[in-house]
Design a binder for this molecule. Sequence first.
Ligand SMILES: O=C(O)CCC(=O)C(=O)O
Length: 282
Amino acid sequence: MTNFDVHLDDSSIKDFWRDGFVVLHDVINPNLVLSMEEPIKRAVADSSTDLSELGSIIAPTSTLSDPNVPSSECSGRFVAGTDHWINDRDFADFACKSVIPQIVAQILQSDSVWLYEDSVLVKEPKTAEETVFHQDLSYFHVSGEQICTVWVPLDFSSPDTGAIRFVRGSHKDLTSYRPNWFVSDEPLPNTEGERVPQIPSKAVAAPTLSPGDLTIHHARTLHGASANRSTDQSRRAISIRYCGDDARYHIREGAPLKPHHETVSNGDILTHEHCPKVWPRT
Ligand SMILES: O=C(O)CCC(=O)C(=O)O
């Protein structure tokens, strides 16, 4: 029997499987979360050169600001990148050695957990771009039920300041939705599936979060995030994607590939060094 430092109650596990997401308040030491401020600054400083190499699919924000909002009120950038853990020890420790993998093992009800990727997602103050609704699974070259994303905010985040939001129960819909450009609902070229439909606002849950809280959503759950209307507060988040026992490689036409995906076949278990086992701890 694996020993857990953090014991989640059954209701959190039930919430995840019923709603497709769970909100966990005060589950991780806020000082640990805030210790990622400097690594995030490094990642953002590198982003002008690294985004394309890292396979970011964020479209350039300058072309996307809401035409109905005066430009003085939408001067912020939405900066994002992926796979920071591969070259930065702080990100690797956070994704692989913190309390997060064991929380994920409990939520996914999985004996083992593998890291799929991490990402940094910063919406500066006055960022007009919303993160449009999408389904993570359509970007991932894996399939299975035990696949999730953990979203860890470094700032207070509310619907006014760029909080993540979820379409309750949407993980039960087995439709494959085409991946989009994240800030535009235009699907990525050559991808398979349906376009993400219009989402009625009453289906959306938008939690308010502080450092120390996190959310976990199922890879099929439709989700997005609001604009950051704050004039002085960034919305910084680290998002980490994990797989459990039943996940297998499944290459999806048109979705961004990582180099090691060229070396795997559909149905393979996740054994690659760029998809390391992070739970149980070795
Ligand atoms: O932080 C955001 O704006 C969106 C996050 C997201 O969609 C994700 O982490 O899967």
